[in-house]
Structures are given as C-alpha cells and as structure tokens.
Design a protein around this ligand. Structure first.
Ligand code: AMP
Length: 214
C-alpha cells in the first residue's frame, strides 16, 4: 500500500496559519519555509512532503494527482474551473470576505458599471445572480488602484480588516462570500490512500475543532 502523502500549499498567510494544524497531524517542515528556497519540503513525518506553489495552482496540482492533498482559499476554489477535487474540510484559517467595494456614497454610473477584479468568475456569477449588467475587467493585483485612476467604478476583492480599502478612500459595499482555507483532496488519492488520508484529516479536523469551540 502506498501510504505517502504530498500536500500542496501556497507560501504566505495560508501556510503560516496552516502550520499549527499540520503540526497537530505530526507534519512539521524540516526546513524553515521562510528562508529555504526549496519547493518540496521534507517534514518530520518521513511519509509526508509539502510542495510550495502559487495559491491559484494548488487545485491544479491536486486535480492532476501531483499532490494528494492541498490547502486552498475558498476564493481560489470559487474561481477554479476544474472539477477533479473534493473539498473535505473547512480549516477556518485565513478568514476574510469577498466583497464589492467602491467610493462611499458614489452615484451609480449612467453606463454599465465597470468592475476590476482578479476574481472574474465569482464577480460574473454574483452580478448575474443580482440581475445586474456589469463589465468585468481582469486584473492580477492592486485592485484598489483601479477606481482611483478611473479604470473601474467598483472592485471585487478580499477584505479582512478593511484597512486597505480605507487607506485608499474606498469602502466595502456588498458581501459576496465568506472565505476561509479548505483542505482539498485528489479523487483517486481518496480511494487509493483512503486510510492514510482519513487518518490525516481526522487529526486536522480535531485541531480545527479545538481551535474553534462551538
Ligand atoms: P485588509 O486591509 O485587512 O482588509 O486586507 C485586504 C488585503 O489583504 C487585500 O489586498 C486582500 O487581497 C488581502 N487579503 C485579506 N485577507 C486575505 C486572505 N485571507 N487571503 C489572501 N489575501 C487576503
């Protein structure tokens, strides 16, 4: 039986918040991920490796079986167009909200509003559900800049404290979705490595429950 596990995770906020949950499942990186340039990290569990990749690539690695498991923000999963992963567990980390934001008290434009965002699919779905026409402009970062320079009327972005919006004279206007990181698994790994995956998920789920008492 193959009982090794490869877990895909992105560096940064999600990884930092995931470390205590991974530790609860006896998975602790051997090298310091902040200083190491390695993309595959050994862990204190010789059967578990971590692969460090871009956030938006995590579901791709998991769908194609390059990683058995992944830790991915719900924002990324809402954008992902594949269908080859199971979303198993809400890790309740890296929590924030996907929101429409814009200038306070701004009048709606007379033409179709322009929305700048990295979250094109989520934005399209949201405005369609609201029965509102909108022109979506795809950006790869610094969405807050778009209304300031007249590129868009609104943005769709992640909001945590709201400080970034405020610092740029913007405010949250409409709530689209609550976001947190999720544990996802490759469908084949779920079958072929069922006992190993189940044991790992069980330990992580216990740690999540302990940190978030009902
Ligand atoms: P804040 O100023 O605390 O509202 O944070 C907003 C900025 O941080 C935006 O640029 C977001 O894209 C980013 N951000 C906030 N929360 C998250 C998260 N959970 N995951 C990734 N990026 C986030």
């Amino acid at each position: 039986m193959n009982d090794t596990l490869t877990i895909a995770v992105s560096k940064g906020r999600i990884f930092k918040d995931a470390l205590p949950l991974l530790a609860a499942a006896d998975v602790v990186p051997v090298d310091d991920p902040d200083t190491s340039r390695k993309l595959i990290l050994d862990t204190t569990n010789p059967k578990v490796k971590l692969v460090l990749i871009r956030t938006s690539d995590v579901p791709v690695y998991v769908e194609y079986g390059a990683a058995d498991l992944g830790i991915s923000g719900k924002d990324t999963l809402l954008e992902y167009e594949g269908n080859g992963v199971y979303e198993l567990l809400d890790l309740k980390i890296a929590c924030c909200k996907l929101m429409v934001a814009g200038f306070p008290n701004a009048e709606a434009p007379s033409r179709q509003p322009r929305i700048a965002t990295k979250y094109v699919n989520s934005a399209k779905r949201y405005f369609a559900e609201q029965g509102k026409q909108a022109e979506i402009i795809k950006l790869y970062g610094s969405m807050e800049l778009a209304p300031l320079v007249g590129l868009s009327d609104y943005i769709v972005d992640l909001v945590d404290t709201g400080n970034t919006l405020k610092a740029n004279g913007l405010e949250p206007l409409e709530h689209i979705a609550d976001i947190s990181s999720r544990l996802i698994v490759n469908k084949a790994s779920m079958k072929m490595k069922h006992a190993t995956v189940k044991a790992f998920i069980g330990k992580v789920a216990e740690a999540v429950a302990a940190r978030n008492p009902a």
